[in-house]
Design a protein around this ligand. Structure first.
Ligand code: PHB
Ligand code: FE
Length: 332
């Protein structure tokens, strides 16, 4: 689908708080000390500013991810891998029933530029929405000094494997990544690598827990290994997943330490479908027809496996594939 080029339009800064307001397509965005205000021709919405910014920087950094990213029950994006929908109320039964929802489609590039423009204006030094709430300053209040470091980071894929010559390094003290306070009790033995003659430079091993324990961000998976379309991401989680993810395919979670509580809802209506508490060692598949949000009372480690096969979302959307990954009768 081809879409018209859309530029974001910025106002002059507000004389009291210092923030600009923005118009992108039919959506208007403004913020005050505590909240973002989103308006569209038939409706309006309000959300905590911290929640909005935590979701927005991840949506940019993840390239709009797989499927739907709900910033909350009302506002979010859907990735069509080239174009992106921005919606308000389009997947909320109340807004839909009253006809006050809106969904507009833009090029992914224009949405990225618009979200970056808003985030850069609304995020000041001392506040990092990628960090856990206990490990950063606040989003609330009037505009401070602009941040000079990257707003978005941590989603850099390894080419072959972390720590290989010429590839992304494993995190370390020297690189400025101390072990997080929550993992201070773990032991980080390094593997012995014994290579048969002729295989030098081809065998490699790392202590992945050591790498994850040093992540300075939360709910921001980084790609550690790619095998064809199978993408293995690891991440350290604390507080709540700042988005509600609506799947357009199955994805797998492997809980590496501690626990995460997941709320599972119907993807279209948001009706409750289940709750899962994943404890260390548990594995679960999120089906292709739900949305989910995780809550981690204590920083934990999670492995997420994604299937990046192009066009898979259309096979699920057309019902060519069942929304769950395994048929019970095959395992009976
Ligand atoms: C997910 O939506 O599946 C997801 C996103 C970010 C994470 C973990 C899981 O850190
Ligand atoms: Fe997900």
């Amino acid at each position: 689908m081809s879409v018209q080029k859309t530029d974001i339009i910025a106002s002059e800064p507000d004389p009291n708080l210092g923030y600009r307001s923005f118009k992108f397509g039919s959506f208007e965005f403004s913020r005050d000390e505590y909240f973002v205000h989103i308006k569209w021709p038939k409706g309006s919405h309000i959300m905590e500013i911290d929640r909005f910014l935590r979701a927005m920087v991840r949506d940019i950094g993840w390239g709009f991810f797989y499927g739907w990213i709900f910033f909350d029950d009302v506002f979010g994006t859907q990735n069509h891998y080239g174009t992106v929908d921005i919606y308000a109320g389009a997947y909320d039964s109340g807004h839909k029933a009253k006809g006050i929802d809106l969904l507009e489609t833009f090029s992914a590039e224009d949405v990225k530029k618009a979200f970056e423009t808003i985030s850069q204006d609304w995020i000041s030094e001392g506040y990092d929405p990628l960090r856990a709430p206990l490990e950063t300053g606040r989003a609330e209040g009037s505009k401070g000094k602009p941040r000079t470091d990257p707003l978005v980071r941590g989603f850099t894929p390894a080419k072959r494997m972390l720590g290989l010559d010429g590839d992304n390094p494993v995190r370390s003290d020297e690189a400025g990544y101390p072990v997080n306070r929550a993992f201070a009790d773990l032991e980080f033995d390094q593997p012995d690598i014994e290579v048969e003659p002729g295989f030098e430079g081809q065998l490699h091993a790392i202590n992945l827990f050591d790498h994850i324990a040093r992540s300075d961000v939360t709910w921001n998976p980084s790609v550690t290994a790619v095998t064809k379309a199978s993408i293995c991401c690891v991440t350290s989680e604390e507080h709540m997943l700042p988005v509600i993810h609506g799947n357009d395919r199955n994805e797998w979670f492997i809980q590496l330490t501690d626990e995460i509580h997941w709320n599972i809802q119907d993807k279209n209506s948001g009706d409750p479908r289940g709750r899962i508490v994943m404890k260390s060692g548990d594995v679960c598949a999120m089906p292709a027809d739900i949305r989910h949000q995780g809550f981690s009372p204590k920083r934990c480690m999670l492995m997420v496996m994604e299937n990046g096969t192009p066009g898979l979302e259309q096979q699920y959307a057309k019902g060519e594939l069942p929304p769950y990954p395994i048929d019970d009768d095959k395992w009976a």
